[in-house]
Design a binder for this molecule. Sequence first.
Ligand code: TYD
Ligand code: MG
Length: 451
Amino acid sequence: MAKTKTSFFCQNCGSQYAKWMGQCKSCNEWNTIVEEVIQKEEKRNWKQTTSTKKANKALKINEISLDKEDRISTRNNELNRVLGGGIVRGSMLLLGGEPGIGKSTLLLQIALNIPKKVLYVSGEESQSQIKMRAERLQIANTNCLILTETNTQNIFRAIEEVQPDVVVIDSIQTLHTEYIEASPGSISQIRETTAELTKFAKETATPVLLIGHITKDGNIAGPKILEHMVDVVLQFEGDRNHTYRILRANKNRFGSTAELGIYEMQSIGLREVDNPSEILISQKEDDLSGTAIAATLEGMRPLMIEVQALVSTAVYGTPQRSATGYDLKRLNMLLAVLEKRAGFRLGAKDVFLNIAGGIKVDDPAIDLAVISAILSSNEDEAIPQDYCFAAEIGLAGEIRPVNRVEQRILEAEKLGFNKIFISKFNKISNTNHTIKIVKVTKVDDIYANLF
Ligand code: TYD
Ligand code: MG
């Protein structure tokens, strides 16, 4: 009987200590260090028979052969775009997201659609529950096998039997390995099971898709090293009250992290949204004050987004500021710019900002639409529905140029907008646009142009 060994792990960053401490030395968090039982036995391996003693040989970069089929297309355009063309063979992919956002639905849908043999391992639901979900998705498939198991050694046994091309694990927090005694979901279990799966993925060139839970503050539960161990970290997010879901890559060793996938949760699963602009602009009959459309870019894709603002006299002494889908600090900054550089008295007003569709945007080009929406609400005068905006605002109240403005203009034109406001410093080479391009330099200019 091997001796039981324990060690102390920080539940926040995964650092290991020999004794308990109140504060983690590495991430400075308090009360995060927990004792976990670890028990080392003989050499661990994902498959006991394979020897890993063989050392790798260094090769010149031009001697390394690239397999033609090194990416597996998922038959899902949104996911392919986010991944940069498909799942790379032998890669480890981690999909994180809040409970109930649709992680299991997305990966089951991919597993059923992919023209490869897939082993879907679930530690969360029973086979019949998964079957029920698959029936809702209405995808006929005979190439996807479902296994309910949480022990990695048993999973590897099943893998040897089934010989899948892709493995899906729902979720990493439910797995445990026999070589460690800590409970499933603990730092050491997550680290060990991920290490075993990584070894398997690299040695057999089989991609492994992991589902990971996220904590309240939005991080993937488990040690930060989990994110370092995998090749791709995807984040599935969205507002629970809306049906739109956004898939982003937080890390991607094989592609850009700027791309974005958009889905809509329907009763028959997640539908890919390939014309997001048309959906994100709410359809309304009358002109309403306080709304402005921003021509933003997410990755390579233009996205027209509606910004809504409500400015009203503050009821309480301190005015309230709230922003949904937009950085509150940035909103406060823009309000300060309006106050200081353009003399708008917004200091005693409540300001509420909302990005339609429950979408979060990082593109600074949305600034001009935010300011316009605020001014429109403050004046109680509507901005015509065929106007849109694409520019960043600087601290001096200057309107700054944005990247790939031509692409934004083309999208606006395609969707039938008649006027787009951009910075004077954005150079435009094509002069044949039917849309009217208005160039502005300062915040006051935009006010003069609109009202
Ligand atoms: P799920 O994939 O179980 O979420 P996660 O694995 O991230 O916890 O998704 C659960 C939600 O999705 C649930 O609230 C119901 C909804 N849903 C649909 O609206 N349509 C569907 O076809 C399916 C399968 C789920
Ligand atoms: Mg799930």
